[in-house]
Design a protein around this ligand. Structure first.
Ligand SMILES: Cc1cc2nc3c(=O)[nH]c(=O)nc-3n(C[C@H](O)[C@H](O)[C@H](O)COP(=O)(O)OP(=O)(O)OC[C@H]3O[C@@H](n4cnc5c(N)ncnc54)[C@H](O)[C@@H]3O)c2cc1C
Length: 637
């Protein structure tokens, strides 16, 4: 399939303005004639629904939680990037653009990234106007801290609760529109299929999670802002409900899935402590502003940290990457942590951990200052581990955290199905093969507040979609599809729980398509996943009925989709015979163990097309060109 990215021509600095000028407009009085469905009410969906409501469109917004406020975005901790340069430390739109393209290991579209850096400054103004209580410094300006992959401080934050404060801002804007009647909110409604009529996205099928009722909602355009798929690994820092179902079912209706193997393993998470753990907890990257990462120099050294002298410690990130030190990007830090643990120098009972030590920072700044910056994170750590990080170093280990892959979108954020737009973590757009810390919130809000309000109008004005009827054959077929899946899941008389399958699948994906991948492992995963999936359909036991609040049924549908996605991730990882960003193929590394790209053969976005049950997916490639930031071996030394 030919992928038309619709990237504007001309100088990149003027591309977005030029594009906005060229986009078709809809007269204010006509906007209310258009219905737009927004699936998702996290930062991306909440911002989009509020903005489109404010513009005068008729919006229907859906989420599976009981309130938009519970979207996973609420969990974001460390901060949001913007090129405001309040610190006069050399930041600029161009530098944020440069850092992001380089941080993504030259696998993102330059024009999208430039636009993201440009609108980043508007986001902060918008959020401040909404009352988001960003941290301030003594002089009254908003404060900034540093995140990985940058040598400037450009991260705005609200202690360790930035996502919560930003989401409350977006939620208030959304509630205002709900009050004004421009947005109708459907909580506890899970989208289970996309309705495509005459090749255009025309509606969705939802299941009411409280009573099992299946509904059809038709619209002139559909927006998916349904988050990432990090829970395919079972253990991850994502909220337990995060899933791929909306994107996956749209994929099966024709939306291409881009770079599914580009997943982010975050270096600083609380290590796994037992077989029956179902969730991992992030310790924000912001902690690496003041925490120093180290392990003992000697393998097998099991002494408590306070008995290991300075000379006996290896501050391996500072040693290997003197320029960026502890603030190297996540893919680099995660790999370095894995390496020292593989050498037998990991700490804690399992040996899968390294120290994140605040002793120096506490000495330099005092406990009070550290508590002001990270108090809630320290408290969370202590509650989970029983150890006081003001006194003993934290132990951390990498875990699944974010997914750069997602549905393919063009510059207008439209997927390969006309009328289906994808925002936030659910799309593949801006982060290439590795996302820099604090850039997800930036992207979600950029998409929702500042991009989709322009581009969706252009689609509606140009395509003039004729409203399809809920009685359309395609709508009935989608409803039948959803009912069949539900029935099939409930009719099983097997013996295993959904969770047991999810745990086993997650381990396969982690072992063979996680922090490190190789050809043999990926092939093994590709033989294990289909047989486990087959067993799932034969032997899963979903208790309860459809007509009640049934979380085991919800989970079963999501895990069924994770099985199919996992296979595509491995196919994509196997096909990409290079290493880049978080995609580390062990066969392709530099002598120092860094990712070795192959720009000659792999400088493209891999977009996969669903070809039917049991059929291999078809690959389309969107070539990437770099006119501004020229691809080079990433160096953070
Ligand atoms: C612990 C943690 C901390 C983080 N901290 C930071 C940080 O400091 N800075 C940063 O930039 N990024 C951070 N991130 C990443 C960031 O939080 C996410 O990428 C971002 O919040 C995703 O926003 P979103 O709007 O795309 O999706 P989400 O917030 O995940 O929202 C998804 C929405 O879609 C809805 N939905 C999903 N599927 C369906 C369906 N089938 N039917 C109906 N509704 C559906 C959900 O109900 C929800 O409303 C962090 C991530 C984690 C896990």
């Amino acid at each position: 399939m030919e992928l038309l990215s619709n990237v504007p021509t001309g100088p990149i600095e003027q591309a977005w303005d030029k594009h906005k000028f060229e986009l078709k407009l809809i007269n204010p009085a006509n906007k209310r004639k258009y219905n737009i469905i927004v699936v998702g009410s996290g930062l991306a969906g909440g911002a989009a629904a509020a903005s489109l409501g404010e513009l005068g469109y008729n919006v229907q917004c859906f989420c599976f939680q009981d309130s938009p406020r519970r979207a996973h975005s609420i969990a974001a901790q460390g901060g949001i990037n913007a090129a405001k340069n309040y610190h006069n430390d050399g930041d600029s739109v161009y530098r944020l653009f440069y850092d992001t393209v380089k941080g993504g290991d030259f696998r993102a579209r330059e024009s999208n990234v430039y636009r993201l850096a440009q609108v980043s400054v508007n986001i902060i103004d918008q959020c401040v106007a909404q009352g988001v209580p960003f941290a301030r410094e003594y002089g009254g300006l908003l404060d900034n801290r540093s995140f990985g992959g940058a040598q400037v401080s450009r991260t705005f934050y609200a202690r360790g609760q930035t996502g919560q404060q930003l989401l409350l801002g977006a939620y208030q804007a959304l509630e205002r529109q709900i009050g004004a009647g421009t947005v109708k909110m459907y909580p506890r409604a899970e989208m289970l299929d996309l309705i495509v009529v005459d090749g255009k996205a025309s509606g969705i099928v939802t299941r009411d999670l409280l009573n099992g009722k299946i509904d059809v909602h038709m619209a002139d355009a559909v927006i998916l802002a349904t988050g990432g798929y990090g829970n395919v690994f079972y253990l991850s820092t994502n909220a337990k409900g995060c899933n791929v179902t909306a994107s996956w079912r749209a994929h099966k209706r024709g939306a291409l899935f881009a770079n599914p193997c580009f997943t982010q393993i975050h270096p600083t998470c609380i290590p796994v402590s037992g077989d029956y753990q179902s969730k991992l907890t992030l310790m924000s990257e912001s902690l690496r502003n003041d925490g120093r990462v180290w392990v003992p120099k000697k393998a097998g050294d099991k002494r408590p940290p306070n008995q290991i002298t300075e000379e006996e410690r290896d501050y391996f990130l500072e040693r290997r990457y003197p320029s960026f030190g502890n603030l190297v990007p996540r893919d680099i830090a995660s790999r370095a942590i894995k390496q020292v643990c593989d050498e037998g120098r990991g700490v804690g009972e399992t040996g899968l951990g390294v120290y994140l030590d605040f002793a120096d920072a506490i000495k330099r700044l005092g406990i009070q200052k550290i508590a002001e910056r990270y108090g809630n994170l320290f408290e969370m750590y202590e509650r989970i581990t029983g150890e006081n990080p003001y006194e003993v170093p934290m132990r951390i280990y990498p875990a699944s955290h974010y997914t750069m892959g997602g549905l393919w979108v063009d510059y207008n954020l439209m997927s390969t199905i006309p009328g289906l737009f994808v925002l936030g973590e659910a799309n593949f757009s801006d982060h290439g093969a590795n996302r820099l810390g604090a850039s997800a919130l930036m992207q979600g809000l950029a998409d929702g507040y500042f991009i989709i309000p322009y581009t969706i109008g252009n689609y509606l004005a140009a395509a003039k979609p004729a409203k399809a009827s809920a009685d359309a054959r395609e709508a009935k077929e989608a409803v039948a599809n959803v009912s069949n899946i539900t029935k099939k899941l409930l009719n099983g008389t097997g013996k295993r729980t959904v969770d047991s399958f999810h745990r086993e699948l997650g381990k396969i994906v982690w072992d063979y398509c996680g922090m490190a991948r190789n050809e043999a492992g990926l092939k093994k995963a590709l033989s294990l996943i289909p047989s486990l999936r087959e067993e799932f359909w034969k032997n899963v036991r979903v208790l309860g009925s459809n007509e009640e609040f049934n979380q085991s049924l919800e989970k079963a549908g999501r895990v069924a989709d994770f099985f199919e996605l996992a296979e595509l991730m491995c196919i994509d990882a196997l096909d990409r015979d290079e290493s880049c960003g978080g995609h580390f193929r062990e066969e392709y590394q530099t002598p120092e163990g860094e990712a070795r790209r192959d720009d000659e053969h792999f400088s493209y976005v891999a977009a996969w097309e669903y070809k039917g049950q049991g059929q291999p997916p078809a690959l389309s490639k969107e070539p990437l060109t770099f006119n501004y930031v020229h691809p080079s071996q990433r160096s953070y030394k």
